[in-house]
Design a protein around this ligand. Structure first.
Ligand SMILES: Nc1ncnc2c1ncn2[C@@H]1O[C@H](COP(=O)(O)OP(=O)(O)OP(=O)(O)O)[C@@H](O)[C@H]1O
Ligand SMILES: [Mg+2]
Length: 591
């Protein structure tokens, strides 16, 4: 890597897996990058703790062959990413190596690649003129990159105020060409190119303030958008036991969500799943723009067979790249699967350093680490009055599905949406297995969202959601009664409530992630279907016996499912709708 100064040298004193202890002959910085000298190769690590001249470093690659007495060079820089045009469509590892420039997902030890294309040429258009005052994050110009106007900004490392002393004219420039010169208040001039660097563990500054989210962030997933909405710039998480559908749900979000840029951090997941995204994504169309999905996507992959320390790098690298796009005023979605694997990496390092352990042997400051990570997401008001957002959704894999374990608990404190996947629902193939009763979105209580929903979706929208949620709870209650007292032991009306709740479940909550139409429901259609379902739920039928209720509702549910699988408002769709109307009329006319 360029521009890295070595500030001291040292010798390795102990190796415990990926944690290496060394003694330094000079200064050390917290989170400083260091390079272990192994047979002419430089293996990268990060100083995660210092005790006097002693450094504890996590090594991002295998430490196989490491010996005590080995040389190590300590740098004065933290782990940084390169930010500039040309990141979209790329697949990086946690250290921002371009995986497509490597042989597959598996890197040679010590190998590093430049994350951007230094020779690439971009069509630059200036957005400022000589004499304009600027500061970090301000837009100097833009270049087209697929569907976005990629902003070239005043580097985030530039502190204080500057004047533009020279700006390039419109035209084609290489990534590393100087496109502006800025003069600070002391008269010092600095050159700016289209690429800048930033340390991943520090939030990118350069915006005026964070605002409370208020606008719905559409995902096309009904149980999210309708029932537990996430907002633009909001946070949510998906805890779920093994195999309950976390990854399938995140992939659906990556494909469908109304984001301009999607950053996927595949953290510690199975290599074959990661390869699946690499191979599947290039071919998929963006349902909104008709362009290829990859054109709005950056993937940071770190598979379960890579050293655990690299997981941490991958989640921070992903967040920093997301912040970079947010600074351009873009709606960015950041997905991390699974944050538990990252927490496990933290635990492993903490245990190896023999730190005082917290609950379940996780580091004592786990909650603080998770909270400060989540707090980097959000809806930002930029210096120029425009806004940009990072909506963040992570998955958590609680061991044994225990939602009281430390990672879930710590995440619950900071994420505003809780999309809890239930083993029972996954077992009975009620996908997505988001539990309708345990899950929540705190945004439903935000005044900003209540106003937004009333204006953009419908005046009584929030009341309808409340009604449906309460109905599901009633459904669960009567189901328990029926189970205890038997079908004949409860009034027929109980069966009606149960089946109406089933209708809500089958028609709204359940959604086939593998069907081209059903997988992605636009908000307008979600509203239409919810209102249809409520119409049926509010109808008083008056059944004679429980068998009749069951048979009748099975037919109703089937019609709703057929509607979900049909093109909205197509002849087919309207045909099923008519059948539904007839069935209801028939029944209500008789009674
Ligand atoms: N929405 C869905 N529609 C249909 N099938 C689904 C859906 N969600 C999950 N499945 C099924 O469940 C399987 C497991 O899902 P997935 O791999 O997403 O689970 P996971 O929670 O990520 O598991 P792990 O904890 O092992 O990472 C999928 O391969 C698929 O067969
Ligand atoms: Mg998974």
């Amino acid at each position: 890597m360029e521009n890295i100064t070595i500030i001291s040298k040292g010798k390795v004193t102990a190796i415990v897996g990926n944690l290496v202890e060394a003694v330094s002959d000079g200064p050390l910085i917290q989170n400083g990058i260091c390079f272990f000298q192994q047979n002419g190769k430089e293996i990268m690590g990060e100083v995660i703790k210092t005790e006097g001249s002693k450094a504890f470093a996590q090594v991002f690659e295998t430490t196989r062959g490491f010996k005590t007495g080995m040389d190590v060079n300590f740098s004065g820089s933290m782990l940084e990413v390169h930010l500039g045009p040309g990141m979209l469509t790329r697949n990086y590892d946690g250290l921002q190596n371009d995986l497509d420039k490597m042989k597959g997902v598996f890197l040679e030890p010590g190998a590093r690649t430049y994350p951007l294309d230094e020779e690439s040429v971009w069509q630059f258009t200036p957005l400022v003129k000589t004499g304009d005052p600027v500061s970090a994050g301000d837009w100097l110009g833009e270049v087209p990159e697929y569907h976005i106007h990629h902003k070239i900004m005043v580097p985030f490392k530039f502190e204080g105020d500057y004047d533009v002393s020279w700006i390039a004219k419109s035209g084609e420039y290489k990534l590393t060409d100087t496109i502006a010169r800025l003069t600070d208040s002391a008269g010092q001039e600095k050159a700016v190119s289209m690429v800048q660097t930033w340390p991943v563990k520090m939030p990118i500054p350069g915006y005026r303030e964070k605002l409370r989210p208020g606008k719905l962030f559409e995902t096309g997933v009904r149980v999210i958008d309708t029932m537990n909405p996430i907002l633009e710039g909001g946070t949510g998480f998906i805890p779920g036991p093994f195999g309950s559908g976390k990854t399938v749900l995140q992939h659906a979000l990556a494909k469908q969500a109304a984001a301009e840029v999607v950053i996927i951090a595949a953290c510690g997941e199975r290599a074959n799943e990661v390869v699946e995204i690499f191979t599947e994504f290039p071919h998929l169309d963006d349902p909104r723009t008709g362009r290829k999905l990859v054109e709005r996507t950056v993937i940071i992959a770190n598979t379960s067979n890579m050293p655990v320390a690299a997981r941490e790098a991958s989640v921070y690298t992903a967040m920093t790249i997301a912040e970079y796009y947010r600074s351009m005023g873009l709606r960015t979605l950041l997905l991390a699967d699974s944050t538990s694997r990252w927490a496990q990496a933290l635990r492993e390092m903490s245990n190896r350093m023999e730190e005082l352990p917290g609950p379940d042997a996780f580091p004592m400051d786990l909650s603080a680490i998770i909270a400060s990570y989540y707090s980097r997401a959000g809806y930002a008001l930029l210096n120029n009055g425009k806004s940009g957002s990072i909506t963040f959704i992570g998955t958590v894999s609680p061991a044994g599905g225990n939602l009281l374990e430390p990672v879930t608990e710590a995440t619950k404190k900071v994420a505003r949406c809780f999309f809890a996947l239930s083993q029972n629902r996954a077992d009975s193939k009620r996908y997505p297995a988001i539990d309708p009763i345990d899950s929540y979105s705190k945004y439903l209580e935000y005044d900003e969202y209540i106003t937004f929903a009333a204006r953009e979706i419908g005046e009584n929208w929030i009341n309808k959601i409340d009604f449906v949620k309460n109905y599901l709870i009633r459904g669960q209650e009567v189901n328990e009664q029926i189970n205890i007292l038997g079908d004949d032991g409860v009034p027929v009306a109980y069966h009606e409530v149960f089946w109406k709740a089933e209708l809500i479940d089958f028609a709204i909550l359940q959604q086939d992630a593998f069907d081209a139409i059903d997988s992605n429901t636009p908000l307008k259609r979600q509203k239409y279907m919810l209102e249809k379902v409520i119409e049926v739920v509010e109808t008083e039928f008056g059944f004679d016996d429980f068998n009749e209720v069951r048979d009748y509702f099975k037919k109703i549910i089937n019609l709703f499912k057929q509607m979900n699988y049909s093109e909205f408002k197509s002849d087919k769709f309207e045909g099923y709708e008519r059948q539904l109307q007839e069935m209801i009329l028939e029944k209500t006319a008789v009674s």
